[in-house]
Design a protein around this ligand. Structure first.
Ligand SMILES: *Cc1c(COP(=O)(O)O)cnc(C)c1O
Length: 360
C-alpha cells in the first residue's frame, strides 16, 4: 500500500511556507498564555480521558448535547476511527452482498481517504468529480457510479484540493440518497460563506468533522472533533484510545473558544488576501479557481513551462507551494494564503519567472 504523503515541513524559518494550509497568524495571546500556564507540575497527570471540558464548550457553541461530540488527536485520528468503527474489512467479511466493506468518496478530494481504506482492508468506490470539481449531476440521482448503499462516505466540503463549496441542497440530496454513515469533512468551513452543520440535525447518519488546525492556528496541538448523532458518537467513544487527546491540546482548544473574535478577524484577513492573490495571479494569466478555503488552485499560463517546473523554481527561490501528480490536478499549484507580505513576494516572483521566458 501507499502511505499518505504529508507536505514538506522544513527547518528554515526564512522560507515562505505556503504548502500545508496552515494559518499564517499566531494563536491568540491568551491561548499562548493558557498553554504556558498549563506547563508545569501537572504534566505528570493524565489529561481528561474524553476531553469533557472542551466538549462542553463545543456543545454550547454548536447548540447540541455533550454526547454528540467526540474530540480527537486531530481530525485525522477521528477519520481513522470512523473507518474502523463503521466499515467491515473485506478480508474478514462473511458476506459480499452488501456495501458494508465499501468506503465512497469523490476524486480528487482529501488524499488520506484511500490510505485509511487500504490500512483497514476496505474496498473503495471513487467517484470522479467534474473537471471543474463540481459534483456530477448524475451522482445526485444515484448514477455516475455513485452507490446508494455503502458503509461510509467521505465528502470534503469545501473541497480540498479543489477549493469549491457545495450547495447544502445538493449535499442534502446526496445524504437522502445514500445509506451508511456520511462524514462531511469541513476542515475549511470557517473560510466559507456557509457550512453543513444544519444537516446533522436533519439526518441520523450524518457527521460533521471539524479541526482547530486550519482556521484556529493549532496544527501543532492536534485537535479535531466530530458533531453527529449520539449513537454514532457513542460507538466511536467505545473504540477510541484512552486519553487520545493530549492535555495541552485540550487547554489550547478550550482557550481558543474564548477568543473567537480574534480568529474571525484573521479569517477575514485571509479571505481578503485570497481574493487579492487570485486577482494578482489572474493578471498574470494564471487560471485560478474560485475558492471557499484558505488556499487556491492556480494553473500557470499555457506555454510558461510545466507546473512541476513552476513548483521547483518557486522552491529554489524560497517559496514552498504544493504540487500533486494526480492527473485531475497536475496542471495546478496549490497555494496556501499567507500573510500579505508573503503573498506579495509570491506575486513578484511569479512576475519575474514569467519575464525570464518559459521555465525549463
Ligand atoms: C487538514 C485536513 C484535515 C485534518 O486536520 P487535522 O485536524 O490537522 O488532522 C482533514 N481533512 C481535510 C480535508 C484537511 O485538509
Amino acid at each position: 500500500m501507499e502511505a499518505y504523503t504529508p507536505g514538506e515541513q522544513p527547518d528554515d524559518p526564512n522560507l515562505i511556507k505556503l504548502n500545508t494550509n496552515e494559518n499564517p497568524y499566531e494563536p491568540a495571546p491568551r491561548v499562548l498564555k493558557a498553554v504556558r500556564e498549563a506547563v508545569g507540575e501537572r504534566l505528570r497527570l493524565y489529561p481528561h480521558p474524553t476531553a469533557d471540558p472542551l466538549r462542553r464548550k463545543l456543545a454550547a457553541l454548536h447548540g447540541c448535547s455533550l454526547d454528540q461530540i467526540i474530540v480527537g488527536n486531530g481530525m485525522d485520528e477521528l477519520l481513522a476511527l470512523a473507518t474502523r468503527a463503521f466499515v467491515e474489512p473485506e478480508i474478514h467479511s462473511t458476506t459480499r452482498r452488501s456495501g458494508r466493506q465499501i468506503i465512497q468518496y469523490f476524486t480528487p478530494s482529501y488524499s488520506l481517504y484511500p490510505v485509511l481504506a487500504a490500512i483497514h482492508g476496505a474496498r473503495v468506490n471513487e467517484v470522479p468529480l467534474n473537471t471543474d470539481f463540481s459534483i456530477p449531476r448524475q451522482a445526485l440521482i444515484k448514477t455516475a457510479g455513485w452507490k446508494s448503499e455503502v458503509a461510509l462516505t467521505y465528502i470534503t466540503t469545501p473541497n480540498a484540493p479543489g477549493g469549491q463549496i457545495y450547495r447544502n441542497e445538493d449535499l442534502r440530496r446526496l445524504c437522502k440518497n445514500t445509506k451508511g454513515v456520511i462524514i462531511l469533512d469541513e476542515a475549511y468551513a470557517d473560510f466559507a460563506p456557509w457550512n453543513t452543520m444544519p444537516l446533522v440535525k436533519e439526518f441520523h447518519h450524518v457527521i460533521v468533522a471539524r479541526t482547530f488546525s486550519k482556521a484556529y492556528s493549532l496544527c501543532c496541538q492536534r485537535i479535531g472533533y466530530f458533531v453527529g448523532p449520539e449513537p454514532l458518537i457513542t460507538a466511536l467513544h467505545k473504540i477510541c484510545d484512552s486519553y487520545n487527546v493530549n492535555g495541552l491540546g485540550q487547554v489550547a482548544a478550550a482557550a481558543t473558544l474564548d477568543e473567537l473574535p480574534y480568529y474571525r478577524e484573521n479569517i477575514q484577513r485571509i479571505i481578503q488576501e485570497r481574493d487579492r492573490l487570485t486577482a494578482c495571479l489572474r493578471q498574470y494569466k494564471f487560471n485560478v479557481l474560485p475558492s471557499a478555503t484558505n488556499f487556491i488552485l492556480a494553473a500557470p499560463p499555457v506555454g510558461s513551462g510545466i507546473t512541476e517546473s513552476w513548483f521547483e523554481h518557486l522552491h529554489e527561490r524560497g517559496i514552498l507551494v504544493r504540487w500533486f501528480p494526480h492527473s485531475a490536478i497536475r496542471r495546478f499549484l496549490r497555494i496556501t494564503i499567507g500573510r500579505p507580505k508573503q503573498n506579495r513576494i509570491l506575486g513578484t516572483t511569479v512576475g519575474e519567472l514569467l519575464k525570464s521566458g518559459p521555465l525549463p
